[in-house]
Design a protein around this ligand. Structure first.
Ligand code: 5GP
Length: 117
């Protein structure tokens, strides 16, 4: 059996987090170590370890994460083209994944550089 991840413990309210959105499928909370003025993690309640382990039948959940990110961006007044936000998914060791529970980073509030490091 797989171990309970940090993010599952946040979903279960065993670890506190600054939650900005919750619904039946997803939860979103502020990153504990923000890399931009806005840095929010959007995660599925289903324990999908990473995008590389997602299944065809996760399609609705994956789409929901993006639409939740859109909602949060709109709520923060970031969705217009003259503002902006970036969505990032780190998959695996080389990409810097540190928590094995799928999460979409929403970063905004400063000029973001490209390419990322
Ligand atoms: P990754 O590096 O896996 O793409 O992203 C994991 C993110 O989780 C990091 O940005 C890290 O700062 C954040 N994080 C790690 N532990 C906690 C925590 O206990 N609470 C919150 N809110 N974020 C965390």
């Amino acid at each position: 059996m797989s171990e309970t991840t940090l993010f599952e413990r946040i979903i279960a309210r065993e670890i506190p987090a600054d939650i900005v959105h919750e619904d039946d499928i997803s939860i979103a909370f502020k990153d504990i170590s923000p890399q931009a003025p806005h840095h929010i993690l959007i995660i599925p309640k289903k324990a999908i370890p990473r995008i590389g382990q997602a299944h065809e039948d996760d399609a609705a959940t994956l789409g929901h994460l993006l639409l939740t990110a859109r909602k949060i961006a709109r709520d923060l007044d970031l969705a217009e083209v003259d503002k902006g936000f970036r969505l990032v998914i780190n998959n695996g060791k080389d990409a810097g994944e540190s928590v094995p529970h799928l999460h979409v980073h929403l970063l905004a509030g400063r000029q973001l550089q490209w390419p990322p490091g």
